[in-house]
Design a protein around this ligand. Structure first.
Ligand SMILES: *Cc1c(COP(=O)(O)O)cnc(C)c1O
Length: 395
């Protein structure tokens, strides 16, 4: 199923990982297996399964059929050898970092990674004697220089949240390989439909499944993909430390992912149309969207992405006060902290991705207080634009 030349991504997102269902009464859909454990009639079989000599499951903190089906589906879409999943996207990130880092190591990353990730870099790693260097996100030369000094992990996120900056995965992976560093890419914003970091040189790709993969904002989870050898190490850490994805949430992701490509293509189109419209609006100061020719790294985005994604951000004249006036007027958008779902969602980083950061930390990450993050839903585009028009008219 992982032959990308003959099988398209819609087919993969529908059929990928669905083999697990064959175990259950000929159901055509993956069942939700809530069982904590799996019983055996003889010790030899039990032992063989436990030693991974035979397929099967032992205990759901480790593996579970519904969860496995979800992992396999993402694995197929990222063209990876293996995948393992987590209770949240942050658990995927923290477990992955904890697996590969030890005291004395160094991480090179960017200033405007996801707020929670930024917290790990600033607050949780340094006390463990792990040195973290956060570079200017758009300065690839500085990043190459810092990577060249030696590090264990190069941690990338592209497009970034909420500034929608683009990193050159291929170029930075080449720099990382020279110093034997692992390249980890948070692919949450791009989705496997628009970008496949493993094919650009990354070692691990991870997602907050709570966003686009699920797509309906009704389940929390995370997933990482990579080589069998690397994923096995992260799986072992998670299996013991226990941040396991629940079977019910895995089921929600499986169901959501069947329409992943349909949704993401529509969100790509809607985000592009909204970005172009906002770009011409007199009340709008700046629009950040990699599909706009004015984006600093539009060329890199064009090269490494097959679509520009459903996420954009923009600032309006009048800053935070203007946002407080105009955002509540939107009729077809949740004002909320999530993103990547079928509904349009808006919010300022002050209350969403960077709520854990102080104003100084946000300023250091280059996030204006008056920025709006816009996650395009799959509504009809004319309605989204008319809605923005009437809301902005209040300014
Ligand atoms: C939401 C998000 C996360 C964290 O995921 P959770 O499922 O909320 O823990 C990590 N990275 C990015 C880019 C995100 O948008």
């Amino acid at each position: 199923m992982s032959n990308k030349k003959t099988v398209g991504k819609s087919t993969l997102s529908i059929w990928g990982g669905e083999q697990e269902h064959e175990l259950y009464e000929r159901s055509t859909q993956v069942p939700v297996v809530h069982s904590v454990s799996f019983g055996y009639k003889d010790i030899n079989t039990w032992q063989n399964v436990a030693l991974e000599k035979e397929p099967g499951h032992i205990y759901s903190r480790n593996t579970n059929p519904t969860v496995r089906a979800f992992e396999d589906k993402v694995k197929e879409l990222e063209y990876a050898e293996a995948a393992t999943s987590f209770a949240t996207g942050m658990a995927a990130i923290s477990n992955c970092l904890a697996t590969f880092l030890k005291p004395g190591d160094r991480v090179v990353s960017i200033k405007d990674s996801y707020g929670g990730t930024n917290k790990i870099f600033n607050d949780f790693l340094p006390p463990l004697n792990i040195d973290v260097t956060l570079c200017e996100t758009s300065d690839f030369e500085q990043m190459e220089l810092e990577i060249g000094k030696g590090c264990a992990i190069v941690y990338l996120e592209t497009p970034t949240n909420p500034t929608i900056k683009i990193l050159d995965i291929k170029r930075l992976s080449i720099a990382a390989k020279k110093v034997n560093a692992l390249v980890v890419v948070d692919n949450t914003f791009a989705t496997p439909i628009n970008q496949n970091p493993l094919q650009l040189g990354a070692d691990i790709v991870l997602h907050s499944a709570s966003k686009y993969l699920g797509g309906h904002a009704d389940a929390l989870g995370g997933v990482i993909c990579g080589s069998k050898e690397l994923v096995k190490q992260v799986y072992h850490y998670r299996e013991i430390n226990g941040a396991t994805l629940s079977p019910m949430d895995a089921y929600s992701f499986i169901r959501g992912m069947k329409t992943l490509k349909l949704r993401v293509e529509r969100q790509n189109d809607n985000a592009m149309a909204v970005a172009r419209w906002l770009d011409k609006h007199p009340q709008v100061e700046q629009v950040n969207y990699p599909g706009l020719e004015s984006h600093l790294h539009h060329d890199v985005a064009k090269e490494q992405m097959s679509g520009f994604g459903g996420m954009l951000s923009f600032s309006v004249k009048g800053g935070l006060e203007a946002i407080k006036t105009f955002l509540p007027k939107l009729q077809y958008a949740h004002m909320a902290a999530n993103l990547g779902c079928v509904e349009t969602v808006v919010g300022p980083p002050v209350t969403t991705s960077h709520v854990e950061c102080s104003a100084d930390e946000r300023a250091a990450a280059g996030i204006p207080e008056g920025l709006v993050r816009y996650s395009a839903g799959i509504e009809d585009i004319d309605d989204l634009i008319a809605d923005l028009e009437q809301a902005l008219a209040h300014l």
